[in-house]
Design a protein. Structure first.
Length: 61
């Protein structure tokens, strides 16, 4: 599993996950569980959807 999520992308995903999770908790909605997806991809550094499209935000080097 080759990493395809760069540093800035990771930070954005984690911040977005926290916001989505907090809104789900605030509104007491199960939709807040969607926050798990960007949180996991942010921490793992791999996004399966991006590999399908051949995208990567990692620095080349």
């Amino acid at each position: 599993m080759k990493k395809n999520v760069g540093t800035i992308d990771k930070v954005i995903r984690i911040i977005l996950a926290v916001i989505i999770g907090a809104l789900g908790y605030y509104y007491q909605s199960w939709w807040g569980l969607i926050a798990i997806v960007p949180l996991l991809t942010g921490f793992i550094g791999y996004c399966p959807a991006w590999s399908i499209f051949g995208l990567s935000t990692c620095k080349k080097g």
